[in-house]
Write a protein that binds this ligand. Structure first.
Ligand code: EPU
Length: 286
């Protein structure tokens, strides 16, 4: 009852881009202990392990994923509440949208930038997701993870190395839960920032299926501006197309394949390198 399992689960069902072949073993543990058991079981058998949350920053190839894909969901993973210190405790399976809503209802400010982020807490921690000039780890107080050695540990923010869209320890450890802090604020102030975030997003980002920003912003220029200047907007490969709204989004016009998306990514990277001498790195997990 603590783990649900499926064979050959189509990953397009678990990616906001709506692409990707089947996961050989799809496993949904509902508790931290069940998650640890699943990971240990797979490791002992030498199976490859991937953890996938909402799949909002993910590009799975058409051939799918061999081995285990673990999807933390339900039970402890979906818990989101304000603790006795006025901080927000959220499991890896909680959507950032939900976290932002819990903060808003409790009169805790600082989470408004999460209002439009489709991803889950686990994924946001893994990549230190951000928007509106704020990053996930600016609000993390402590994080609980299943470590490489099979132990579940909690670390304070100061013990965790964090970079732009990169948290090195989460390449080895799996985030299970985090405690977040904001600042007490009035409903009006929170609503104002919430609305500003929503307006900025709605005016500059596409609504069509996508994986959010494809590339990390290089130091030279925002990736979206670069792709725009290179003339890629509206161009693509099959059903995968660079968004007309924002150059750093590739949208699925319906039935796109991962191969098409990857071809668009490679075309952009080549031109950025050849014409501008800029090496673009993907932000989405390929
Ligand atoms: N721009 C263009 N053309 C475009 C897109 C953007 O000229 O097609 C220009 C904008 O006018 C602006 C600059 O590029 O001057 C930066 O654009 P924007 O303000 O949209 O921010 P961004 O750096 O492209 C970042 C995050 C987004 C986040 C937004 C909003 C990265 C890679 N992206 O985008 O995050 O939503 O800020 O706060 O850091 C994501 O992580 O998936 C994501 C979408």
């Amino acid at each position: 009852g603590e783990v649900e399992a499926k064979l050959y689960e189509p990953m397009r069902r678990h990616s906001t881009m709506l692409v990707g072949g089947p996961a050989q073993f799809w496993l949904e543990p509902h508790t931290f202990d069940a998650f640890a058991s699943v990971v240990n079981y797979c490791r002992e058998r030498g199976m490859a392990i991937r953890v996938v949350g909402r799949g909002s920053n993910l590009l799975v190839r058409d051939g799918g994923i061999r081995g285990a894909v673990i999807h933390p969901k339900g039970g402890q993973f979906d818990e989101c509440y304000v603790n006795e210190s006025g901080q927000i405790v959220a499991g890896a399976g909680v959507r950032l949208k939900k976290l932002a809503g819990v903060a808003r209802s409790a009169g805790i400010g600082g989470f408004e930038w999460m209002e439009g982020i489709p991803g889950n807490v686990g994924g946001a921690l893994r990549m230190n997701a951000g928007a509106m000039g704020v990053e996930t780890f600016q609000q993390v107080v402590r994080m609980t993870s299943l470590d490489e050695d099979g132990e579940i540990r909690t670390r304070e923010r100061g013990e965790i190395e964090v970079h732009y869209r990169n948290v090195p320890e989460l390449r080895r450890n799996f985030a299970l839960q985090a405690v977040f802090a904001g600042v007490p604020d009035s409903a009006d102030q929170i609503d104002e920032r919430w609305e500003a975030s929503r307006l900025k997003r709605r005016s500059s980002q596409p609504l069509a299926a996508s994986a959010g920003c494809i590339f990390k912003n290089p130091s030279e220029i925002p990736a979206g501006m670069l792709v725009d200047q290179l003339g890629f907007k509206g161009r693509g490969e099959g059903k995968a197309e660079v968004s007309l709204e924002h150059g750093n989004f590739i949208v699925n016009r319906g039935g796109a394949t991962a191969a098409e998306v990857l071809a668009v990514i490679e075309n952009i990277r080549r031109e950025a390198r050849e014409k501008r001498g800029i090496e673009l790195e993907t932000e989405v997990k390929v």
